[in-house]
Design a protein around this ligand. Structure first.
Ligand SMILES: [Zn+2]
Ligand SMILES: [Zn+2]
Length: 305
């Protein structure tokens, strides 16, 4: 009688262990989950793959998101300067209500391309490399610092693209071009060109001008969509390639993915050198009209003019 009880208990234990093992196989631990690379980020995180400017209110206000988590993805050797990163966070604190603004650095190998096209290179590279997406009350942003110029650039012709925006939470900075231009300008450092490029493109993610944030008073340039006609202003039209003339914009944007802005390196350089020679800060600030637009769309009221 006693033996059969022991046998019964042993059998019970074996069955119990077998069951718990198979249960753990069926339900992977959170560690296993994290090690699995998402198969299709566009399906998993559709809110991060929308049109440029469509998350302007989510970036500015705390209605849906309290925090910003910004992935700084950079090719080895093309990490942006710490000075530019500090100024970039100051810029975000000035115009948004976000409680926490966190930068995550993600070093990447070179894709070994001579130039980058939005649809063939930049879009697919983001799918492959991006790790930061919206999570609860935290809004995820992805910024890629590239080691190759934009397709369509021609340095001898003065056609150089510094940055572009192509989705609601994504942008690219052509860091190799940033460094080339900063080297050529006696009065400018890498960080000056970096911060002007970053803040201008981020201005578009915050919906400027009429790109998800409506202009309170009409100040959109008639020749350059989504840019400002006030001088001086960070979002000024002269900083973008536009009009009917030769422009790398069409080349960069051929295909489904479209850039709402390609920043003209020569235009920006000219303005920044003029600012420095006047004794002003190199990078232009947002003018009062652009600031009013941001505030009206849920941004932090600007107090230092
Ligand atoms: Zn622009
Ligand atoms: Zn403006």
């Amino acid at each position: 009688m006693k033996k059969s009880v022991i046998l019964f208990l042993s059998l019970f234990l074996i069955v119990f262990l077998a069951c718990s093992k198979s249960a753990s196989d069926d339900n992977p631990t959170p560690d296993d989950d994290q090690s699995q690379v998402p198969q299709n980020p566009q399906q998993l995180f559709p809110a991060n793959f929308r049109a440029t400017g469509s998350s302007a209110n989510d970036i500015l206000s705390n209605t849906n998101f309290d925090n910003l988590k910004i992935e700084i993805a950079y090719v080895t050797g093309f990490r942006p300067t710490q000075a530019a990163m500090d100024q970039f966070q100051d810029f975000l604190r000035r115009f948004t209500f976000k409680g926490t603004i966190e930068l995550i650095f993600n070093e990447l190998p070179s894709p070994n391309k001579e130039s980058l096209n939005l649809n063939d290179d930049i879009g697919p590279l983001e799918i492959e490399n991006r790790t930061v997406y919206n999570d609860g009350r935290t809004l995820g942003i992805y910024i890629y610092f590239a080691d190759a110029p934009s397709e369509g650039d021609d340095l001898d012709e003065g056609l150089v693209t510094l940055g572009a925006v192509y989705r609601n939470t994504s942008m690219i900075i052509f860091e190799k071009t940033v460094k080339t231009l900063a080297d050529r300008a006696n009065s400018l450092e890498d960080e000056d060109v970096e911060i002007a490029t970053l803040n201008h493109e981020f201005g578009h993610l915050m919906g400027l001008v009429n790109l998800g944030t409506d202009a309170v008073n009409d100040h959109e340039d008639t020749d350059s969509d989504n840019h400002c006609n006030v001088d001086p202003c960070l979002m000024r039209a002269e900083l973008e390639f536009g009009g009917a003339g030769k422009s790398p914009l069409q080349t960069l944007s051929k295909g489904d993915l479209h850039s709402s802005c390609t920043l003209d390196g020569m235009g920006l350089l000219k303005q920044m050198e003029a600012n420095v020679s006047r004794g002003a800060a190199a990078a232009p600030d947002l003018d009062a009209e652009c600031q009013l637009d941001l505030e009206t769309n849920g941004g932090r009221p600007n107090t230092n003019g």
